[in-house]
Design a protein around this ligand. Structure first.
Ligand SMILES: [Fe+2]
Length: 298
């Protein structure tokens, strides 16, 4: 059984205060109480906090949390991951309570990106109150998507597809350093899905340890994107890429640079994929727009 969706994202930062404005005001998520008084917890829907920001000596992703169907699937997938030679550790009761999930395990992908699998979130039935956003598109499609770097594409592709059950949705060939004889070489950026959201994770071959390139959240209306654009200007959040429409997931979105240097995409109108669709290659990232105006720290 594959991963069902991106459930939550936990970010470690040296500057929690900068995230208070970024996540609460700019992204428009609902700040809620959590177990750790030093951390910030944000709801987007009836799910427990989907974004958790915690102080850390070194900034980086604490966990990319993927939801699975239930306890049997969690055990099965933990075994499948272990069979790849990966160390899998169950989360203790305090960690599960902090996440409001029934059980979870943690492990690293082949690039060292910190992943968690969990099941059984305790839903909140108090309405989510977000004055700046009509609603986020979540449900079966999960929190959104992430793109991470991996030093080598093929082992990561095999890990995400074979051990975690993701399906390849599309590729983008990116120029790489030329071969020893000067011949042109390319790396393949894979976009992988596990539910109707076109992609839940992208894996970008890039030297160095695995790290987050961006995460994406999807607003319910075009006005959510337009108003987020206005807030970026008002709050002086640096834009990385201007408004545009992607060729693969058809998302109308723009990107900003988060307080920790990675990017965040705020989108609308993402494609929903029903059933299995053949893999295809895209040759442009966007039909229009998405012009780089700032570059992230990678
Ligand atoms: Fe994206």
């Amino acid at each position: 059984m594959p991963v069902r969706s991106l459930g939550y994202l936990r970010v470690g930062t040296e500057d929690v205060e900068a995230w208070r404005q970024f996540a609460g005001e700019f992204l428009g998520m609902m700040a809620v109480e959590g177990d750790d008084p030093e951390s910030l917890y944000y709801r987007m829907d009836d799910f427990p906090a989907r974004l958790v920001i915690s102080p850390a000596a070194q900034a980086g992703v604490g966990a990319i949390g993927f939801e699975v169907l239930g306890g049997e699937e969690l055990d099965e997938m933990a075994t499948t991951v272990e069979d790849t030679g990966t160390k899998v550790t169950p989360l203790d009761a305090v960690e599960c309570k902090d996440r409001r999930v029934t059980a979870a395990v943690r492990f690293d992908d082949p690039a060292g990106n910190a992943l968690e699998l969990f099941y059984g979130p305790a839903l909140s039935h108090k309405p989510v109150v977000m004055p700046n956003v009509n609603a986020f598109v979540t449900g079966r499609q999960g929190m959104g998507h992430v793109v991470v770097t991996v030093p080598e594409g093929q082992p990561a592709y095999e890990f995400y597809t074979k051990a975690l059950g993701f399906k390849g949705r599309n590729t983008l060939r990116l120029p790489a350093a030329p071969g020893p004889d000067g011949s042109p070489r390319f790396e393949t950026l894979w976009f992988l899905g596990c539910n109707p959201r076109h992609h839940t994770i992208g894996i970008l071959p890039m030297a160095g340890p695995g790290r987050l390139v961006h995460f994406m959240v999807e607003g319910a209306t075009i006005d959510d994107v337009g108003q987020a654009w206005d807030r970026a200007e008002r709050l002086e959040v640096p834009v990385m890429q201007t408004l545009g429409r992607h060729t693969n997931d058809r998302m109308v979105s723009f990107y900003v640079i988060s307080p920790d240097g990675f990017a965040v995409e705020f989108g609308f109108d993402g494609l929903q994929v029903e059933g299995d669709e053949p893999v295809y290659e895209i040759t442009e990232g966007a039909f229009w727009g998405h012009k780089f105006v700032n570059f992230p720290k990678l």
